[in-house]
Design a protein around this ligand. Sequence first.
Ligand code: ZN
Length: 281
Amino acid sequence: MVQKPTEVMVPDDQSDSTAIRTTQAEAEWEFVAHVEVDRFCDQCGYNLYTAPVGKHPELNLLLVRCPDCGHVHAARDQATAGSIWMKRFAVPLTIIWLAILLSIPFLSVMAQIGMNIGTVEEARISERQSITRADGSMTTTYVRTIDANYPSDPEDKFLVGMFRTLSFLLGLVTTTIAMVVLPHWYRWAHIGVALFLGIFAPVFLCIFIHYEYATPWSEGLRFAYVYFALFITASVIAAYLGRIFARALVRLALPPKLRTPFTYLWTVDGKAAPPMKLATS
Ligand SMILES: [Zn+2]
């Protein structure tokens, strides 16, 4: 009976060059550093972040071996035609990215203001009033007040219910996006930003009522505080569960090959990333 040797050095051929083997030369690699940026294995997409960087004794090159599939890479970033173009586009793309990032809180605040003003306008009662001017002539004017019984009919109740649902969803979406695009922020910072974004609409509503209505400005708060509370509650939920939603979405929407750029959604919470490639066998 012939026993198979446990360590077989197969002569190199192209197709086998990425197989995991420990060669004599590699054993002598002098480990000098670790990969400190997100870099992805050319072969399998594994994130090489924290992988050891070794110096090849004969070639004097800095190399990284993919811990997952064994593919060897030069430790420095290669300059390719593609990467040069990427660098040219980096500044405009960063500016577009910042614009999108800043537009999200802006749109969120605008939507909240819209719902608050919309509610008060729906609850408006306009009354014609005759006013006697100082010179004795009469004039008519409209006095706007807020219906104390609003929302009373089913249609109005539906509208207010819809705005409440939207306020909740808005908090959920806004803070989930913040959790995904700003993973380096503390949770309390995300909640703080949500409070900051949520306070604009009630303040704006009070000012609006003060100038436009005969009713005291505080009347508007009975609508605004519910929207505010729902927005903040949803934001706090998202600050805790936002990245869980995001990870579920990545798993559902992206095949393993395309998940690589989102690895950080797992690593930032100290979790092992899901498979980034399809099992071949
Ligand atoms: Zn690999």
